[in-house]
Design a protein around this ligand. Structure first.
Ligand code: FEO
Length: 167
């Protein structure tokens, strides 16, 4: 279980890295709202990683950090980015389900209770990425005014942790 939780820390750190890569793509194509949404998502993933980190320590385990895979750097459109994010969240859900199955198999009740939060969180994570995909499709937002409006709306997402201000 400890090894599997360590692997999940790495998966959450990779998710943070992937979303930061998506943010930097959006900065490059001047979609500031989308970039802000992805930076908020990056912070969410760091929070997920730290929750597991703290749990492993609390249970007397050892956290061993591994290399983080390089994320994709380029996409064809805003829609392609959010479709990728949605697919990625579905994959993360499968990882969480595998962890829960292992905890059940090992009769590790404490880890099962801990993982329940992640099971619910993944419902939200999938819904929020798929919600943006739907918005972009409805707005016909591969380019032009629809995309601009969705970008403005996504820019309203608050950061989980306030960013330090320069200077
Ligand atoms: Fe940590 Fe987006 O799931």
């Amino acid at each position: 279980m400890e090894k599997a939780l360590n692997r999940q820390i790495n998966a959450e750190m990779y998710s943070a890295y992937l979303y930061l890569s998506m943010a930097s793509y959006f900065e490059d194509v001047d979609l500031e709202g989308c970039a802000k949404w992805m930076k908020a998502q990056t912070q969410e993933e760091m929070i997920h990683a730290m929750k597991i980190y703290d749990f492993v320590i609390e249970r007397g385990g050892r956290v061993l950090l591994d290399a983080i895979q390089a994320p994709q750097q380029e996409w064809d459109s805003a829609l392609a980015v959010f479709e990728h994010a949605y697919e990625h969240e579905k994959y993360v859900t499968s990882l969480i389900n595998d962890l829960m199955n292992l905890a059940i198999e090992e009769k590790d009740h404490a880890t099962q209770i801990f993982l329940q939060w992640f099971v619910s969180e993944q419902v939200e994570e999938e819904a929020s990425a798929s919600g943006v995909v739907q918005k972009l499709k409805l707005a016909g937002a591969s380019k032009g005014g629809g995309l601009f409006m969705v970008d403005r709306e996504l820019g309203q997402r608050p950061l989980p942790i306030p960013m330090p201000t320069a200077g």
